[in-house]
Structures are given as C-alpha cells and as structure tokens.
Ligand binder design. Structure first.
Ligand code: AMP
Length: 286
C-alpha cells in the first residue's frame, strides 16, 4: 500500500488533484477539523467506493468560531490523525497552516442567506459564513468530484448543499449517518472536553430525540406535543442548558407544524462549558 501523502500548501494539493483529474481519476473529499473519531472515518469509508483518490482535509478553521468559542483549545493531533487515515486508506491529507488559507489581506467570504441565521446560526452568529467560506475554498483547492459530510451536523449539510447548488460546484454530495457511542451520544471531537459526570449526563440529547421520535411513531401529530416530549427529558437533567429542541423541515430548517413526510428533530445546548448538538430524521407515516 502506498503511504499517505501529506500536503501543507495549496499549490501542492491543487496541482496533485488537477494531475489526478487529467489522468481521468475521480477525486473524493472529506473535510474535517481533525481530532478524528469513528464518525469521520465512517465518511472516509463511505466515499472510498465512489473515487480513485481520497483526500481528507484537517484544518481547524478560525472563521467559523465565535470570539468566545473554543478555537484555541480545540483538540489537535495531526500525527494520530495521519495514523488513522493511513489505516482508513485515504490517499492524501491536506493540512495547511492558517496563514496559507487566510493571508493578511484576505477579504472574501461566502454567505448562504436565511438558512444560516436560524438555530445554529442564531446561537453562533457568523458560524455558517465561516463554514461556507472554508468549504468553498477547499472545493477549489481539492477539486473533488464527490464530497462527504455527516448527518451529525444536519444544518451544515443543508447550508452546504444550498451553497453547492447556488455556486454551481460540480460536486456530488454524500451524507453519512451519525455515528454514536453505545449509549447514544453522537461522537464529536468536543466530547473530549466532558468530565465523567458531564459525559454521563450528555445522553440527554439523544434521549430527548428518541422520546420525540417515540411520540411521533405512537401516532402523535401535534408538533407542540412532540416538542413538549423533548422538554420533559431536558427537565430531568438540570445541568443541561438547552438552546433549542425542535422539529423542522430537513431542507429549509423552517419550524415544522405539519407532520408529513420527512421531519428532522434537532436539539442543542450546553453541559457545563461544552456545547453539544444532535438530530434525528423521522419519516412520518400519513
Ligand atoms: P468536524 O471535524 O467536526 O468539522 O467534522 C467533519 C465531518 O465529520 C463533518 O461532515 C461532520 O458532520 C462529520 N461528523 C462529525 N461527527 C460525526 C459523527 N458522529 N457521525 C458522522 N459524521 C460525523
């Protein structure tokens, strides 16, 4: 097996990708912020059959963090990430320095209107502007034919799908299911911040989602009652400070009142200083 290649500069990454494409090879891409876990690796596994060369980016993107957020202490371990990706059979890792991506005179940003200003966008102003900007830049650098994202960040998926469509990136979009710990907690690099006690409380997000899902599957068609089912579970864990627990349309993130077709249950909040999000898609039978 060829060893994984590590690219640090835009030029190296872009010229390799362009060369692969000239050779008729299909390029697959998984953007990440590193501190890789099974959730990230599941995306690598998902995209591999769809491409001939697989690139993973590892870049903790400063423009998607708010001034009070955890940019400085976000976990970073590139050696371990490289080891995992080599095992996972990625071909290349793109891990640039910040100055390579955002030089001093940097001035261009990408913004998807509306969708970016609700839920995660309302709690984290500017977050999706940062996400769209870095993903658009990475698309131009890596030149992928196919890219994979996690359902774990459902609103990010909706925003990036819209950006991909609106800016005419000729890129196939794959979405992988949320990978969870055995007790239901969605895997996240941020889970490493949790103390043991906070870790055991953190299942509240998944339990709230499952309670709301059970309510729908039992035939409840009143959206307010479904939201109430989430709030009951939140109330069992006073350490959890919810930002929202809601039912929305998976594409528009508009608040759902009609219970038909695909709906998306979404939750977010803090336990101590750690902010966690989760979601569950549910098909509503007529
Ligand atoms: P991040 O490194 O947190 O920016 O995540 C990089 C990609 O991995 C994004 O598309 C995430 O949605 C995805 N991801 C993160 N956690 C999970 C998970 N538990 N299951 C599936 N995908 C995930």
């Amino acid at each position: 097996m060829a060893r994984i290649r590590l690219f640090r500069t835009i030029d190296e990454m872009q010229s390799s990708s362009l060369q692969w494409k000239r050779e008729g090879l299909r390029v697959g891409f998984v953007p990440t912020m590193g501190a890789l876990h099974e959730g990230h690796l599941s995306l690598v596994d998902m995209v591999r059959p769809h491409c001939d060369r697989l690139v993973v980016s590892v870049f903790v993107n400063p423009t998607q963090f708010g001034p009070q957020e955890d940019f400085n202490r976000y976990p970073r371990d590139i050696d371990e990430d490289l080891r995992l990706l080599e095992e996972g059979q990625a071909d290349a890792v793109f891990a640039p320095e910040i100055e390579e991506i955002y030089p001093k005179d940097y001035a261009t940003y990408v913004e998807v209107e509306r969708l970016s200003s609700v839920y995660e966008g309302a709690v984290r102003p500017g977050h999706f502007r940062g996400v769209c900007t870095i993903v658009a830049k990475l698309f131009n650098i890596v030149q992928p034919d196919v890219a994979a994202f996690g359902q774990k960040d459902a609103q990010q998926v909706a925003v990036l799908r819209r950006m991909t469509r609106d800016l005419h990136f000729p890129i196939q979009f794959l979405v992988g299911p949320t990978v969870r710990e055995s007790d239901g907690l969605a895997m996240s690099s941020r889970n490493a911040y949790l103390t043991n006690e906070q870790r055991s409380k953190a299942t509240v997000l998944f339990r709230a989602l499952k309670a709301a899902e059970a309510c729908i599957l039992a035939g409840e068609r009143n959206a307010d009652k479904v939201r109430e089912a989430m709030r009951y579970v939140f109330a069992e864990v006073p350490e959890f400070k919810p930002d929202y627990g809601d039912m929305v349309s998976p594409e528009s993130f508009e608040q759902g009142t009609e219970m038909r077709g695909e709906v998306l249950l979404i939750v977010a909040g803090r336990i101590g200083p750690v902010r966690l999000i989760d979601n569950l898609p549910v098909s509503v039978e007529p």
